[in-house]
Design a binder for this molecule. Structure first.
Ligand code: TZP
Ligand code: MG
Length: 214
């Protein structure tokens, strides 16, 4: 299996706008050097989610960047995505592994130490720890921020890659990378930037300086 670069994950958000705005921002992130994309659609109907996934997969293939689908095993399989990201209320990890097969990436959200222990004992390829900081992106049922201390504690528990999400921006990226993260996952730091490509490049630059190529 090819080695995945988790260092800069752009997570899409259906509030980004219509399809035109959505694909424009997605391509800007890819141009700027996003290393992995997570398609996260909480409000679209199935057909619309699928159609976005088909087009996102083509774009990601062009840039040779893996595409991860949030929540929906059926859509991940339908578009031959590289993997699936699941949370606590999605299908159980072992069921997802069975459905996705041994060669796909499975990522899981983790919001506390107990969930990190469960993830460590499961067959997941990476975890997204969340939220690390408070976020202005409106997310339902968000746990309290883990902070750098939470990252450090979870790093002691979980051995596969850790991606930090929630309020990550250019000012705190260096800090999480220097404290054990393998990467960052962002919505607004890229999608709300005046130039999403420039913002992505800037994050990538910080990661390169601080990530020590993990
Ligand atoms: N999961 C936990 S926080 C979050 C998700 C999807 C939102 C991250 O958005 P932002 O804008 O990068 O803080
Ligand atoms: Mg989910």
């Amino acid at each position: 299996m090819i080695k995945i670069d988790y260092s800069l994950m752009f997570v899409t958000d259906d509030r980004i706008g219509d399809d035109t705005a959505f694909f424009s921002i997605l391509e800007s992130a890819l141009k700027g050097g996003a290393t992995i994309i997570q398609l996260r659609e909480k409000t679209l109907d199935t057909l619309h989610f699928y159609l976005r996934a088909v087009k996102a997969k083509t774009l990601c293939d062009t840039y040779k960047v893996p595409l991860i689908i949030n929540d929906r095993v059926d859509i991940a399989l339908a578009v031959a995505a590289a993997g699936l990201h699941i949370g606590e209320n999605d299908l159980p990890k072992e069921v997802v592994r069975k459905l996705m097969g041994p060669n796909k990436i499975i990522g899981s959200s983790v919001s506390n130490k107990q969930q990190a222990i469960t993830a460590q004992l499961s067959d997941v390829d990476y975890i997204g720890i969340s939220p690390v900081f408070s976020t202005s992106s409106k997310i339902e049922n968000l746990a309290s921020p883990l902070g750098i201390n939470g990252l450090v504690e979870i790093r002691k528990i979980f051995t596969n890659p850790i991606v930090c999400i929630g309020g990550i921006n250019k000012d705190n990226t260096g800090k999480v990378m220097l404290n054990g993260a393998n990467g960052i996952a962002v919505i607004s730091a890229i999608s709300k930037a005046e130039s999403p490509t420039a913002a992505t490049k800037q994050l990538k630059e910080i990661i390169c300086q601080t990530g020590l190529n993990k």
